[in-house]
Design a protein around this ligand. Structure first.
Ligand SMILES: Cc1cc2nc3c(=O)[nH]c(=O)nc-3n(C[C@H](O)[C@H](O)[C@H](O)COP(=O)(O)OP(=O)(O)OC[C@H]3O[C@@H](n4cnc5c(N)ncnc54)[C@H](O)[C@@H]3O)c2cc1C
Length: 393
């Protein structure tokens, strides 16, 4: 058994909250667990799609991170601006009212779950031209824009081929289509999805990809794969693509390019992929005592593409890392490994959804199945959301 020490969890999103809770349950109260995030609230990102359609408010899908204190997790609100993975020292800058100045923390174990930063500025004109439903502010402004929309051309765009939750832009297109039809504007509106990638959910295999494409196209949404946007003209409402194509829009909803947070890159934790390489079973990085989970990681699959970035994986990786660390602290044998299994709901509008799930570590390629669309999968997501927000944090 190791002497009681400290685990610092960096990030209070999906992976961070689950890791801190699981570790708290698995270790004695003498082991300190500190969770650090720049935001004082935890946001349930899958519900941003419902916020976009007006069926949720920001308050309904967020919870104060301070609630973790009652479970025995210390919460620090501030910007992590330095990580030394060799000494496991972390520097945090706090602004009033959370604090005033710079604080340093030392850990026996570091769990890095800082997610992916959104980088709309990497495509000229994009940030001024449309609404990113990948952030709270963007989803709110998109909701207002859809409400004001009186007919015309709607474009949903993925501005880079790899992004978290590969289903989300396809869901967004179908949810917007449903909303436009509900308001009687469908005959006056074209809806197109321009994707940088070759097809939906490519890592899940050709059957799932074709299935999701069929769902989208059966709603009269034009699908244009392999269109990498290079420039956006906000005044003219025009997208220019690397293949020479041009598209006009009156309303633009987009997924911005992603990159690892600057502090990760500065710490030398990322590799040439831009993300943190980890052991695929234990999520251990190349630094002793330092683990990385969730969107910030890069886990190559044998088929040549990386494991998709999704909350379902961040959650199960968090539980694995908590198990690995707790086993070391408690002097027991580790019995948890990340096995690459996961699934996600695919909202199609009108209170209906599909569900794709399977084994992403299967060889030679992931084995994933898409279940047919129905009300039960939508209700499943509603129940999951309620459980997460009332019991998860
Ligand atoms: C619209 C949308 C729908 C989605 N739907 C689904 C779904 O249905 N199913 C699914 O599995 N996944 C879904 N996802 C993806 C899922 O939300 C992410 O994969 C998941 O949140 C990743 O967890 P994480 O802990 O790695 O990162 P995050 O949850 O993003 O957490 C990272 C945290 O780190 C903090 N942070 C970053 N840098 C710093 C810093 N320097 N200092 C302090 N704090 C910092 C951030 O504030 C954030 O709280 C969806 C995402 C979006 C945007």
């Amino acid at each position: 058994m190791k002497e009681a020490g400290t685990t610092i969890v960096l990030g209070g999103g999906v992976g961070g909250v689950v890791a801190a809770n699981a570790l708290r349950k698995a270790t004695g109260a003498e082991h300190r667990i500190i969770l650090i995030d720049r935001q004082p609230v935890h946001l349930f990102a899958p519900s941003l799609l419902w916020l976009m359609t007006g069926s949720r408010s920001a308050r309904q899908i967020s919870r104060p991170l301070g609630r973790m204190l009652r479970k025995g997790v210390e919460v620090v609100c501030g910007e992590i601006d330095m990580i030394d993975p060799r000494t496991r020292r972390v520097r945090v800058v706090q602004e009033p009212p959370s604090g005033d100045g710079v604080r340093e923390f030392d850990a026996d174990y570091l769990v890095v779950s800082l997610g992916a930063d959104l980088a709309p500025e990497s495509i000229p004109g994009l940030a001024d031209a449309g609404h990113s439903f990948y952030s709270l502010e963007g989803a709110e402004s998109l909701r207002q824009a859809v409400r004001r929309f009186a007919g015309g051309r709607i474009v949903v765009l993925t501005a880079a081929p790899a992004y978290k939750c590969p289903a989300a832009p396809y869901e967004a297109a179908m949810l917007i289509e449903h909303e436009i039809r509900r308001r009687g504007l469908r005959h006056d509106t074209t809806i197109d999805l321009y994707a940088a990638e070759p097809g939906p959910l490519g890592v899940a295999g050709p059957e799932v990809s074709a299935g999701v494409r069929h769902l989208v196209e059966s709603k009269g949404i034009g699908f244009h794969p392999e269109h990498q946007v290079v420039n956006v003209d906000p005044a003219a409402g025009r997208l220019s693509f690397a293949n020479g194509a041009i598209a006009q829009f009156d309303l633009l909803a987009y997924v911005p390019p992603h990159r690892a947070p600057r502090v990760i890159r500065d710490a030398g934790l990322s590799d040439e992929t831009g993300w943190i390489p980890t052991d695929r079973d234990t999520l251990h990085t190349r630094h002793p005592g330092v683990y990385a989970i969730g969107d910030v990681t890069h886990i190559p699959l044998i088929m040549g593409k990386p494991l998709p970035k999704a909350g379902v994986f961040a959650e199960s990786q968090a539980k694995v890392v908590a198990g690995v660390i707790a086993a070391e602290i408690n002097g027991t044998l580790n019995q948890t490994w990340f096995d690459g299994h996961g699934g996600c709901f695919i909202e199609t509008g009108g209170g209906r959804a599909g569900f794709g799930a399977g084994d992403f570590y299967a060889e030679p390629a992931p084995q994933v199945r898409l279940r047919s669309v129905g009300r039960r999968w939508h209700l499943g997501k509603v129940l999951f959301e309620k459980k997460w927000l009332w019991r998860g944090i």
